[in-house]
Design a protein around this ligand. Structure first.
Ligand code: NAD
Length: 435
């Protein structure tokens, strides 16, 4: 299998996602390139590297539902378990019109790497349905979620594979998934998903966890390059669960959030945007469009004068086209896969530090792990305990990766992959091949 092309086991049959362009080979192709970059550093474990280039299991399911108007609609759903060597699969479920098997495969692989990078005892998995959920009523969305859960029921479970929210899925969707799984298995099984409502075994701190992790990793990285958060200027792409919380925490630490972009608009204020008021505004209107601030053209976002840039929206956003324009000294990847490999090279040549997704946005899965542990023990921790443990795990993981980057003179992304892939392949080697 050539790793330069976006090869996958089935994805070519699907419509290409809209973010694909000349300098983006597609998520699975990008992931394969990242594995190739790390292989020379794996020593004798490189013998097993092919394991990382193939998902262990990929389930494609038909999800038929009756629409409110009485017609039957069919949607394509996926659950991919990339690697289960270190523990059960863990990763979100995405409802989006551009979801493809290739994308879900890549996201599941990044989950394997992320879980190993922060050393939570999980393999990597991801799921999705190719659907625009905004076209469905609440009742249709519930039927879709329940039928999808039933279809993937055979491979998920609290000790097999534990889904969580991702783009366009939330605590309500997790509650329906938990209920459907429990109904099928005959007993209430809260540990089958994370990101649940608090009333159903969800964890305090989960909602803010990914943004908090972005802040913790960003603060560590900033300190290491002599950048003071207090007074630093920050630009954030995406003002959802990850971007808005990260913006809030940087603002509270004394940084100025000078630019925010969402799917509708780009706002700029060199004196600093009012993040708290913008969060309230976005909570009501679903967008930051119309909030006070100078409106920039979409592409101008990447040229904004700032110290820290946080892509927290979608994959493939920092490309060979806009990477040369970026002014920031530090990029913290809140989104999964926001930087193409070509852009990664450009940023490295320009001496811009990238805190990669697999560590920077691992706060969410870390608190998901806490949720799962709490569900198993039916004993719940305080938010303070959760945040303290989160900060400790993220700081330790980042410092270990930083050291590997220094020792091997490689980027933080390659260092994170070295740490993570070594852990996964060590587990593979110790377990041995069955039969
Ligand atoms: P979300 O749906 O809450 O927010 C997404 C934000 O991105 C919205 O503000 C939306 O307007 C904006 N956006 C969408 N398209 C855009 C575009 N073309 N240009 C600019 N902005 C755009 O999603 P989220 O949960 O914040 O996730 C964002 C990213 O972080 C995704 O890549 C996701 O996989 C990743 N992530 C999320 C979590 C989590 O816990 N939520 C954990 C790890 C990684």
């Amino acid at each position: 299998m050539s790793s330069a092309a976006p090869t996958n086991i089935a994805g070519q049959k699907h419509a290409l996602p809209s973010y694909l362009n000349a300098d983006n080979l597609g998520p699975w192709g990008i992931y394969l390139q990242q594995v190739d970059r790390v292989t020379p550093y794996l020593g004798s474990l490189a013998r097993w590297v092919e394991t990382l280039k193939r998902p262990k299991r990929a389930l494609v399911v038909d999800v038929p539902i009756e629409l409110d108007n009485g017609t039957i609609a069919h949607f394509e759903g996926y659950r991919v378990q990339h690697n289960l060597s270190r523990g059960p699969g863990k990763g979100g479920v995405r409802f989006h019109q551009d979801v493809t098997l290739s994308e879900v495969m890549a996201l599941s692989a990044w989950m394997s790497v992320k879980n190993a990078a922060v050393n939570v005892p999980y393999g990597g998995a991801k799921g999705g349905i190719r659907v625009d959920p905004r076209t469905l009523s609440h009742a249709e969305l519930e039927r879709l979620t329940r039928r999808y859960t039933s279809e993937i029921n055979i491979i998920i479970g609290p000790s097999k594979d534990i889904p969580a929210p991702d783009v366009n899925t939330n605590a309500q969707v997790m509650a329906w998934m938990m209920d459907t799984y429990s109904m099928n298995s005959g007993s209430t099984s809260t540990g089958v998903v994370t990101g649940k409502p608090i009333s159903l075994g969800g964890s305090l701190g989960r909602h803010e966890a990914t943004g908090r992790g972005v802040f913790v990793v960003g603060s560590e990285a900033a300190r290491n390059i002599g950048l003071d958060i207090k007074g630093a200027s920050v630009a954030v792409q995406g003002f959802g669960n990850v971007g808005a919380v990260a913006a809030k925490l940087f603002h509270e630490a004394g940084a100025k959030v000078v630019a925010v972009q969402d799917h509708r608009t780009t706002l700029f204020d060199p004196a600093g945007l009012d993040v708290a008021a913008m969060m309230e505004y976005a909570a009501h209107s679903g967008t930051i469009e119309g909030f006070r601030g100078e409106v920039l053209r979409t592409e101008q976002f990447w040229e904004v004068d700032c110290d820290i840039l946080i892509p927290a929206a979608l994959e493939g956003q920092i490309t060979a086209r806009n990477a040369p324009l970026i002014k920031a000294r530090l990029v913290i990847e809140g989104a999964n896969g926001p930087t193409t490999p070509e852009a990664d090279d450009i940023l490295r040549e320009r001496n811009i530090l990238v805190a990669p997704d697999v560590i920077a946005n691992a706060g969410g899965v870390t608190v998901s792990y806490f949720e799962w542990v709490q569900d198993f023990s039916s004993f719940f921790w305080t938010e303070e305990e959760i945040n303290q443990r989160l900060v400790r795990i993220m700081q330790e993981a980042f410092r270990a990766i930083w050291q590997v980057a220094q020792d091997n003179k490689v980027t933080l992304r390659t260092a994170a992959f070295i740490v993570a892939c070594s852990r996964i392949l060590q587990a593979r080697e110790m377990r041995g091949l069955y039969p």
